[in-house]
Design a protein. Structure first.
Length: 429
């Protein structure tokens, strides 16, 4: 039985929700391994639409076990709110179908304040202001409060004091009132009995499931180009989003991963600040892509910047993530264009390059080199077989495969689960 990692191959918002839900029907366990409630997944099942931020997509299928790994940072208030929202839609999340790593770091209210201050300054990078970055900073700084600390309240006070020795100094420097240690303790102590029933030694749980031959689906959040190491730094998230994080962020070894599926939009979008070589947001192309694709963030509602497909970037993430196959989404949004452009290289300082450089200024300076492909007038929307696709749309898909050096193993032609063309099942590798 294969275990599959699903990652976004661009800047996120590639349509992972539908693909993960489609795959979760075949999985026994669905695992989130990085990020926090700054990432959104929209699932459409029958007549119901579910918007998830923190919980794994598998929770909407209550027969599946969902797991939040140690690589995720967890806002306990947001967790309880999301569980409550699903309950209102008839989905019951219980300790029987959701387990949370005991060593996952908690997002505290003071993190949200700190991030909001930064985003309101000249150093803003376009975060969601949900405290994700400061939580990861404290994790690396070895002063974070972890999920398991809620189960040991006699020692929690000392850990809060250690954390506030750092944060209250920051707050004084920013003109904010200091956080009272007792108030923070009481806040966390009140939440503890509501969230602790979900706690588990996730690495042991997943190891046991693997040995039983269960199929495990690892669900990434933000796209690979937001990776703290391999993304468009500093306009990135605060965790590793590449496929290798599935092992680190869950406690399973890398030999537990059998197949990496990269979710790739048939064009390119980005939310927030940062370089975007094929950005078309200031012209009719970008406007048309945004309107047709309903390109607004699930979590923030912010309009996404839209542009042509960038084969250079996707080829790069195929390498950094070890992607075995691509799930190409939103092909139908390109229906009706007279011509479609694909970025096949960059110009930088008078020379041609075939990769995105790591430097911030170089990334902002690259100019796309486009190849123009004829469009198609016949619809691809709702197609469920290659025979239903226009010939020119098939040529577009095949050209993308050539340019990124990776096969398209799954093609999505609408938000509906059944509007999917499958060439290879990742679970059957």
């Amino acid at each position: 039985m294969a275990n599959v990692v699903v990652v976004g191959s661009q800047w996120g918002d590639e349509g992972k929700g539908k693909i993960v839900d489609w795959l979760s029907q075949q999985a026994d366990v669905v695992v989130r391994f990085q990020g926090g409630h700054n990432a959104g997944h929209t699932l459409v099942i029958g007549n119901a639409t579910y918007k998830l931020s923190l919980l794994p997509s598998g929770v909407v299928r209550q027969s599946k076990l969902s797991v939040i790994g140690n690589g995720v940072v967890i806002d306990p208030e947001a967790l309880l709110k999301e569980i409550g929202q699903l309950a209102a839609q008839g989905v019951n999340v219980t300790p029987d179908n959701l387990r949370i790593a005991e060593n996952a770091v908690l997002i505290l209210p003071l993190y949200r304040e700190l991030e909001a201050i930064r985003e309101n300054s000249s150093a803003r990078i376009g975060t969601t202001k949900r405290g994700i970055g400061p939580a990861y900073e404290d994790k690396v700084g070895r002063r974070a409060i972890r999920f398991m600390d809620l189960a040991d309240l006699p020692t929690l006070g000392g850990k809060i004091e250690r954390l506030l020795a750092h944060h209250n100094a920051l707050r004084r420097g920013n003109g904010l009132a200091e956080v009272d240690a007792k108030d923070l303790y009481n806040h966390l102590a009140a939440l503890a009995p509501q969230v602790l029933p979900y706690m588990d030694s996730v690495w042991r749980l997943l190891d046991a499931k693997r040995r039983e031959g269960k199929r495990i689906l690892f669900e990434g959040a933000q796209g690979a180009l937001l990776d703290i190491d391999h993304g468009t730094y500093p306009y990135v998230t605060s965790s590793n989003t590449v496929a290798a994080q599935a092992a680190t962020g869950s406690g399973l070894g890398p030999n537990a991963i059998d197949y990496v599926l990269g979710i790739t939009k048939a064009y390119t979008t980005r939310v927030g600040e940062g370089p975007f070589p094929t950005d078309q947001m200031h012209n009719d192309i970008g406007k048309a892509l945004g309107e047709r694709g309903r390109e607004f963030g699930t979590v923030t509602g912010r309009a996404r910047r839209c542009g042509w497909f960038d084969a250079v970037l996707v080829r790069q993430t195929v390498s950094t993530c070890g992607i075995d196959g691509i799930a190409l989404t939103k092909l139908d949004i390109l229906d009706g264009f007279d011509e479609i452009k694909v970025c096949v290289g960059y110009k930088l300082d008078g020379r041609t390059i075939d990769y995105l450089p790591a430097g911030e200024h170089a990334q902002a300076a690259v100019e796309p080199i486009y190849e123009t492909i004829d469009g198609w007038k016949e619809p691809t929307a709702g197609a469920r077989s290659w025979a239903q696709l226009p010939a020119q749309a098939i040529k577009y898909v095949r050209r993308i495969e050539e340019l990124i050096g990776c096969p398209v193993t799954l093609l999505s032609t609408s938000p509906e689960r059944d509007d999917t063309i499958l060439m290879k099942n990742p679970f059957e590798t």
